[in-house]
Design a protein around this ligand. Structure first.
Ligand code: FMN
Length: 435
């Protein structure tokens, strides 16, 4: 493990290695690591169609040289993302209090494997900003310098050695739902003090994530049970109505975002994950079951506020309660996402829209992606029937960490592979990307 990069003296002799069994390939050593590790291309980047006789039909581009939408790069602030496939945050419950909630060998291998497989973005699982914000006793935490160093050593450095873009989802769960092994809040704290300390915890954690752990971006977990519900439960009794601009939760989230923004560099993107609507969390808290505290219009209004507060990505999960079948839910979600994109576009804001869609195939994935915004006047307008700017994929990556390559294969594309793997993938040197 390394914290700062060590001097590279011993490496100069092996800077360029000519592979004897592949005389055309000369492999440069990366200058970033203390062992021989080939310098990597931008993994997961479109290189060319495998079979040029097959056109890029059905994608509405009218230009056969453009890659499928899945493999069209895009920008989020300074980050150039090589494809439109992101790994969704997934808690894997593989640390503990004894480990001080630091990443373990499991995280190193899991995120390391994903880093080698070329997703455009990787979002590390929900990580608590403070001990009392832990969901379970086995979540990752990020509230101390030592934890941040371990995130960097076990997860981030290797992702960056692979040129992968990696961010972290920070979360804070309702601390009154105390589970076994969870940390509790001190009861003597006043409500205002508690809100202030939550804001500070978020801010400190975000600073550690960027300054010390060196993540490329942060996703704020604002989904069910997280920021909003926590405040709800701390406030106790009556759930606050979320719809109006001046309510406490709405303001608190924006305050937290402003506070995070004030301690991280301007170029670092912020993502916000939330449901499209939210029900009252518990009957006994005074709200009727199924009563909506937060509805589609509120989400759109809030998303616009988020964009105005320098949030670059809105990541919508569920919240489609009134729809029974899976198909109805999917259709409702797609209509909502399109409406959300259009509303953001009409306000001339640059926020990108994503959200898990239970996608299984590359064809399904292509259908929900937008054409690139650049130079497309009607993008986001009435004629734009596409739904998301990039895809965020969860469980399919647990089943198959090579999903990006599999989808590239299905779409007749060659994408860049880790140098070590590409010898097996594309022995004819097709993997070689012109930097
Ligand atoms: C094992 C597992 C853990 C998850 N943990 C998180 C999490 O930490 N944060 C979060 O926002 N969503 C979490 N989710 C939800 C996923 O990010 C994703 O939104 C959901 O699985 C639906 O997308 P999919 O059908 O592509 O898997 C988790 C899902 C799974 C399966």
């Amino acid at each position: 493990m390394y914290i700062s990069k060590p001097p590279l003296q011993p490496l100069s002799a092996v800077k360029t290695i000519v592979m004897s069994y592949n005389t055309k390939s000369s492999v440069k050593a990366s200058s970033k690591v203390p062992y021989f590790f080939p310098e990597q291309p931008i993994l997961g980047k479109f290189i060319k169609f495998k079979d040029n006789t097959k056109s890029d039909t059905g994608r509405g581009q009218n230009n056969e040289t453009l890659p499928p939408r899945l493999f069209q790069p895009f920008k989020i602030k300074n980050l150039t993302v090589p494809n439109r496939i992101a790994v969704s945050p997934m808690c894997l419950y593989s640390t503990s209090k004894i480990e001080n909630y630091k990443p373990t060998n499991f995280h190193q291998i899991h995120y390391g494997a994903l880093s080698l497989k070329g997703p455009g973005l990787i979002i590390v699982e929900c990580t608590a900003v403070s001990p009392r914000g832990l969901i379970t006793p086995n979540d990752l935490g990020l509230w101390s310098y030592e934890q941040a160093i371990e995130h960097r050593n076990k997860i981030v450095n290797f992702a960056h050695d692979c040129n992968s873009l990696i961010g972290i989802q920070l979360g804070y769960l309702d601390n009154l739902h105390v589970g076994e092994g969870r940390e509790t809040k001190q009861d003597s704290t006043s409500f205002d003090d508690l809100l202030e300390s939550i804001r500070k915890e978020w801010t400190d954690s975000a600073k550690l994530a960027i300054d010390v752990a060196k993540y490329d971006f942060i996703e704020i977990q604002g989904d069910h049970g997280h920021i909003f519900d926590s405040i709800n439960n701390i406030d106790n009794n009556t759930p606050l109505k979320l719809a109006s601009n001046d309510n406490a939760k709405f303001c608190l989230v924006l305050k937290i975002i402003d506070s995070i923004r004030s301690v991280i560099p301007k170029h670092v993107p912020l993502f916000y994950r939330m449901s499209a609507s939210q029900k009252a969390p518990q009957k006994e808290k005074g709200a009727k079951d199924h009563e909506k505290l937060w509805d589609f219009d509120d989400t759109i209004e809030f998303a616009i506020k988020l964009a105005e507060h320098d949030v670059q990505v809105i990541d919508i999960t569920g919240g489609f309660y009134n729809f029974n079948s899976q198909t109805e839910k999917i259709n409702a979600k797609r209509m909502f996402m399109k409406r959300l994109r259009t509303s953001i576009f009409r306000k001339n804001l640059s926020m990108l829209v994503t959200g898990p869609e239970n996608l299984e195939t590359s064809q399904e994935a292509e259908q929900v992606l937008s054409p690139m915004r650049e130079g497309k006047k009607k993008e986001g307008g009435e004629d734009d029937d596409k739904i998301q700017d990039f895809l965020i994929i969860g469980q399919p990556f647990l089943r198959n960490s090579s999903l990006v390559t599999e989808w590239a294969d299905e779409l007749n594309c060659i994408i860049s592979q880790p140098v070590q793997y590409s010898w097996g993938f594309y022995p004819s040197n097709d993997y070689k990307e012109k930097k």
